[in-house]
Design a binder for this molecule. Structure first.
Ligand SMILES: CCCCCCCC/C=C\CCCCCCCC(=O)NCC(=O)O
Length: 573
């Protein structure tokens, strides 16, 4: 009798598990079919762009392909090249860049027609005045809403659900004459700084296919670095513009969150009120982003569309001041010591700024140990359950396994691990306590973030500091698999989302032999994360290294002025 009951219970459990497994397998095979359809659609879009590009004369391609953003704009304005020629040139350049990087999700098929329409207006419409970005092609991170295209964020379940309207930023760029011509790749969920997802695959660093171009705007950074685009739009919740730029030697800025509209913009986790994200420009240099932002913030068009955006226009007076600034700098935030190459870059940028007359003073990040804790708790507002649920209903990208595994551990067990980890790996212990257990804890963290914002900005005021200079992350571009394991290296970028500062990066130098020697001799492996950082930084000779500049909200012009000052004299090539 007992035996029968035992056998019955076991077979019931087995049947239940078997059904669950079969359902999952069925779902996975449906998802794989969807991926195949989406990839076929992408291949078609590449063919379309290739066919269109072939219609462009080689001499025109050679002429346009070497133009900077400024030159492109000028030549389109004076009519020596047409919008269609510019777009076709960038189809060709992007296809080439995509071959080595896999950075493109989709070409925007209407871009050819939009270019023709602008050319037609310029030719035949009486009294037509060319808008300032007339015919300039630009690329878009896949999650930036553009009408008629998916924003999957790397989730298979979100394919074939095209968005019905453009984001305010895309609408503005189009009105100003710019032509969105392709969407670029992201990591699944966006909450990572590698760049891989089951829909579009793995994006590779243009200088080393074994390494990541960063994330989550990694398709943008790879495409720009491989000369496939002249300007792109990325998005940043914890470093997603700045880390990809730093890894690939490109430049970009995340403005404070109220300088652009957020209407219809879908980030990684919706509903995280105190970790403020923004879209922002990315390009080969900061000069290009400055030119673009001057145009976008020329008037109050954005706040006329979206009353939540204050009517703050470009402050040329602030940008073109020549008086010296007081800049706080640090090479270590007290949470994660950067590798020697990253520290050297900050010191070199400091010298450049001092040579330009600015005053650099050491700055210590207050309460650094708590910043990453607050950041993670306030990003994963629901202890990761929104993302876990989405991921469980999808094909999970292998590069996300570490993160997913951590989220899957039940909260009480996370706390138990935290207690044990405190003994041999205190930083992990700190992080394992980060997921919130209840709304009271979350409310307290919001209160702590608000208090931290006050403390931080007061400290800057007391020390009379206008801006901060610091590393953007801990290492050069990492091998693909290491990025999601080192998610706590986002302390350098995440802090400025938590503070809602403007923050941008410019490349300053490249990894040299002395850096690698110092890495071996001096960089200590206090725990597993340091070990990964050290390992990931080996064999990185020649990879770009950037610095980060941050300023309080609505001081983007000061941030850009400093980034420009660094860019002008940095010996980065
Ligand atoms: C038991 C502890 C579990 C901790 C698990 C944490 C898993 C990692 C979660 C977040 C990592 C934070 C990385 C931040 C990268 C930010 C990238 C970004 O800016 N994305 C843009 C966007 O989200 O829209």
């Amino acid at each position: 009798m007992i035996l029968l009951i035992v056998v019955g219970v076991f077979s019931a459990i087995f049947t239940y598990l078997w059904r669950l497994w079969s359902l999952r397998e069925k779902r996975q095979s449906e998802l794989r079919e969807i991926v195949a359809r989406k990839r076929a659609e992408r291949d078609e879009s590449v063919k379309f762009a290739q066919k269109s590009a072939e219609k462009l004369e080689k001499s025109k391609f050679d002429q346009i392909s070497v133009m900077s953003f400024e030159e492109l704009k000028e030549n389109l304005q004076n009519g020596s090249i047409s919008c269609l020629e510019a777009v076709r040139t960038y189809y060709q350049k992007a296809i080439l860049a995509n071959k080595s990087t896999n950075s493109i999700c989709m070409f925007i098929l209407e871009s050819e027609k939009w270019a023709e329409e602008w050319d037609e207006k310029a030719k035949n419409q009486e009294g037509f005045v060319k808008p300032p970005l007339f015919g300039v092609p630009f690329s878009l991170k896949e999650c930036v809403p553009i009408k008629g295209y998916d924003q999957t964020r790397g989730f298979v379940q979100d394919t074939f659900r095209p968005t019905p309207v453009d984001s305010v930023l895309v609408e503005q760029l189009k009105l100003l004459g710019a032509i969105p011509f392709c969407q670029t790749n992201v990591p699944q969920s966006l909450l990572s700084f590698n760049c891989s997802n089951p829909v579009y695959g793995l994006t590779k660093h243009p200088l080393n296919p074994e390494r990541t171009p960063g994330g989550s705007s990694g398709g943008e950074s790879a495409l720009l670095a491989a000369n496939g685009s002249v300007i792109g739009i990325g998005g940043d919740v914890g470093g997603s513009i700045r880390i990809p730029c730093a890894f690939t030697g490109t430049a970009g800025i995340k403005p404070s969150h109220l300088r652009f509209s957020h209407r219809g913009v879908c980030g990684s986790v919706p509903g995280r009120p105190l970790i403020n994200s923004n879209d922002g420009p990315m390009a080969k240099d900061i000069k290009t982003s400055i030119e673009l932002l001057k145009i976008l913030w020329n008037d109050t068009w954005i706040s006329d569309q979206d009353p939540y955006v204050p009517p703050v226009v470009w402050n040329e007076k602030e940008f073109s001041k020549t008086s010296p600034l007081r800049i706080g700098y640090y090479i270590d935030d007290g949470w994660f010591t950067p590798t020697p190459m990253v520290q050297r870059a900050v010191l070199e940028a400091k010298e450049i700024l001092e040579a330009k007359g600015h005053i650099l003073v050491p700055f210590r990040v207050p309460n650094a140990y708590n910043v990453m804790f607050m950041f993670l708790r306030a990003v994963c507002v629901d202890a990761g359950s929104f993302l876990s649920r989405k991921l469980m209903n999808d094909i999970i990208d292998p590069l996300l396994y570490t993160q997913v595994l951590l989220w899957m551990i039940p909260l009480p067990i996370q706390r138990l691990f935290a207690w044990m980890a405190n003994v041999f790996f205190p930083r992990l212990g700190n992080i394992m306590r980060a997921m919130t257990l209840n709304t009271a804890q979350l409310r307290q963290t919001y209160a702590d973030i608000e208090a931290y914002r006050s403390e931080f900005t007061q400290l800057m005021k007391d020390k009379n500091i206008d801006a901060l200079l610091c590393p953007p992350t801990v290492t050069p571009a990492l091998p693909h698999v290491m990025a999601s394991k080192l998610f706590t290296a986002t302390s350098y970028t995440g802090i400025f989302n938590l503070l809602d500062f403007a923050a941008g990066v410019v490349p300053v130098t490249r990894v040299c032999k002395e850096d690698l020697q110092k890495l071996e001799d001096e960089y200590e492996e206090h725990d597993l994360w340091y070990k990964i950082a050290k390992n990931g930084s080996r064999d990185s000779l020649g990879l770009p290294i950037a610095v980060q500049v941050a300023t309080p909200p609505f001081k983007e012009e000061v941030c850009l002025r400093i980034l420009r000052d660094i860019e002008q004299d940095a010996k980065f090539q």
